[in-house]
Design a protein around this ligand. Structure first.
Ligand SMILES: *[C@@H]1O[C@H](CO)[C@@H](O)[C@H](O)[C@H]1NC(C)=O
Ligand SMILES: *[C@@H]1O[C@H](CO)[C@@H](O)[C@H](O)[C@H]1NC(C)=O
Ligand SMILES: *[C@@H]1O[C@H](CO)[C@@H](O)[C@H](O)[C@H]1NC(C)=O
Ligand SMILES: *[C@@H]1O[C@H](CO)[C@@H](O)[C@H](O)[C@H]1NC(C)=O
Ligand SMILES: *[C@@H]1O[C@H](CO)[C@@H](O)[C@H](O)[C@H]1NC(C)=O
Ligand SMILES: *[C@@H]1O[C@H](CO)[C@@H](O)[C@H](O)[C@H]1NC(C)=O
Ligand SMILES: [Zn+2]
Length: 319
């Protein structure tokens, strides 16, 4: 495998460091077919991460959005969006949903630290539009068109659309969900995490958050969420409106989020995480703030996206 990440990263990254912010190019083809594809170990933030993203988002929903969300949630969620934010990962066991496994991520060519939608958003068979940013547009469009009754013909399962969207906005913020194709976003980079052996992707999905919970939050996820929330209203207060930014006529803006992720992947995730290395405090303590900020940004942006989707006095969709 082309598992060279970590070697000479500094020099190989410079050539491609100009971030492509995606701009107005939606870069998404509608009528793609469904292909079965199994990739190992690609999940997204673990349960805790996704729970945190949706919990944070809930605090920033408008009244309109909150009531639509409650209407669309399955009964099992008991009105709590966070309860279903890992639903899209649980589907991996389900054969009927194998088509969705490629929608959790997007990869760039090896050692490219920018995201270019038309170059990168495809599955391993190069079917265009099979990637996380396209999925975010897709489910935004489904919810929006139903809410605004633009289309009457196609009826999507809007409960699923909401659960997919809430999950994928989290995923696109996990830096290694926009990683290099050759190592499958870090999945093929075996590393030690303190005493345990794992891979770099899993470190970013789960281990950093788990270790932080144990060390700093008495293993209490709500305490970690509260700490992130207080940074949002305090430390990061001045940045939050820029996080929400989605100019032009767009309801969703996933391309800049993917650009940020690959840039963070190069700068923090791959850096000093060579295959076979053991990652400990010096890695953990410098990467944790990156993870916590990405969780905050995901939550704010999920809320803003839902607020934009469910904004307007237009009538309520049929579910
Ligand atoms: C993105 O990739 C496409 C296809 O490879 C290329 O034509 C285009 O110039 C690239 N855009 C940027 C901004 O690099
Ligand atoms: C869009 O949503 C439909 C319904 O879930 C799904 O069949 C299709 O694969 C999705 N496409 C993308 C790119 O998300
Ligand atoms: C919509 O999707 C949810 C979750 O998969 C499922 O429980 C529900 O039965 C679906 N609704 C319809 C009308 O198919
Ligand atoms: C809060 O912000 C400070 C300053 O940026 C940072 O050091 C700390 O890790 C953040 N904590 C959380 C929980 O986000
Ligand atoms: C919002 O995004 C637009 C284009 O994507 C950019 O020109 C503008 O500077 C952004 N504003 C902020 C506050 O980031
Ligand atoms: C936004 O979209 C609407 C409807 O598609 C269009 O009429 C309007 O001109 C667009 N505005 C901008 C600034 O692109
Ligand atoms: Zn996922």
């Amino acid at each position: 495998m082309r598992n060279k990440a970590g070697l000479n990263l500094e020099t190989s990254f410079k050539a491609s460091d100009q971030a492509d912010m995606g701009q107005s190019e939606l870069c998404w083809t509608a009528n793609v077919f469904v292909f079965l594809l199994l990739l190992p170990g690609i999940l997204g933030w673990g349960r805790e991460g996704h729970y945190a993203v949706c919990k944070i988002a809930e605090g920033y929903l408008t009244e309109d959005a909150l009531s639509m969300v409650r209407e669309l949630l399955p009964a099992s969620a008991e009105g709590d969006l966070a309860a279903v934010c890992s639903w899209a990962d649980e589907l991996r066991e389900n054969h009927d949903y194998h088509w969705s496994s490629v929608l959790h991520f997007v990869d760039t060519p090896d050692f490219f630290c920018n995201y270019n939608c038309s170059r990168d958003c495809h599955d391993s068979h190069r079917h265009k539009g099979r990637c996380v940013t396209a999925a975010i547009y897709n489910y935004t469009m489904q919810l929006e068109s139903a809410y605004k009754e633009i289309t009457s013909e196609v009826r999507y399962n809007l409960t699923e659309a909401l659960m997919f969207l809430s999950h994928f906005i989290g995923d696109v913020h996990q830096p290694l969900h926009v990683g290099f194709v050759g190592d499958l976003g870090g999945n093929l980079i075996k590393v030690g995490w303190y005493q345990r052996s794992t891979n770099l992707h899993h470190v970013w999905d789960t281990m950093i958050i788990e270790s932080a919970l144990k060390r700093f939050y008495h293993s209490n996820l709500m305490l970690m969420i509260q700490a992130i929330q207080s940074n949002i209203s305090d430390e990061w207060h001045n940045e939050v409106s820029a996080w929400r930014n989605c100019t032009g006529n767009h309801t969703a803006c996933p391309n800049p989020y993917a650009s940020e992720s690959i840039s963070l992947a190069c700068k923090y995730a791959y850096k000093n995480a060579t295959p076979g290395s053991t990652l400990e405090d010096s890695y953990f303590l410098t990467r944790l703030p990156v993870v916590e900020k990405r969780l905050a940004q995901s939550g704010i942006r999920l809320a803003s996206t839902l607020n934009r989707i469910f904004a307007s006095e237009v009538k309520v969709a049929e579910v």
